[in-house]
Design a protein around this ligand. Structure first.
Ligand SMILES: [Zn+2]
Length: 155
């Protein structure tokens, strides 16, 4: 049996999530609780077994977005567990809430970047181009009206 088969972090279904968050430098104690792994096992896992996968994922914003969403779901689970624990665990609840908020902020940023990439031109640049077209067509009133109407339909 290889040493990896004995590592409780390596065999997790959510191992990729875990590795990404370890690489991101998230709190080991938080992650140990979140992924239900002993702290010492997690430390050993971080030192010896981290995958290269997360580095590849950074190249694709869509993939990162998916990972963030999955990580956020895990944080929601922790929040629920902390809320419903016999002795309500406020410290973990707050930590989970911080995770969720940070994750949301990053998701929004990435979504905006994706939108700019997909939409092509940033809005202010497009407004300037539209103004320039309208100005250039000023001597040709009929054409100006027709072009502006056509643009408005596309928008
Ligand atoms: Zn491991």
């Amino acid at each position: 049996m290889s040493h990896k088969a004995e590592c409780s972090a390596c065999v997790l279904a959510a191992r990729s999530d875990l590795d990404i968050r370890l690489l991101a430098g998230e709190s080991m104690m938080m992650l140990a609780q979140l992924f239900d792994v002993e702290l010492f096992a997690l430390q050993k896992h971080k030192r010896d077994h981290l995958q290269r996968l997360p580095i590849q994922l950074r190249d694709d914003p869509g993939t990162i977005l998916n990972d963030l969403q999955r990580a956020e779901q895990s944080a929601w689970q922790v929040l629920k567990l902390a809320e419903t624990a016999e002795k309500v665990d406020y410290k973990t609840m707050l930590a989970a809430l911080r995770e969720i908020r940070a994750s949301k902020e990053t998701q929004v940023k990435i979504a905006q970047q994706l939108q700019v990439m997909i939409g092509g031109l940033p809005q202010d640049r497009w407004e300037r181009i539209k103004d320039a077209i309208a100005k250039a067509l000023e001597p040709f009133e009929d054409a100006r009206v027709a072009v502006i109407a056509a643009i408005e339909q596309v928008e």
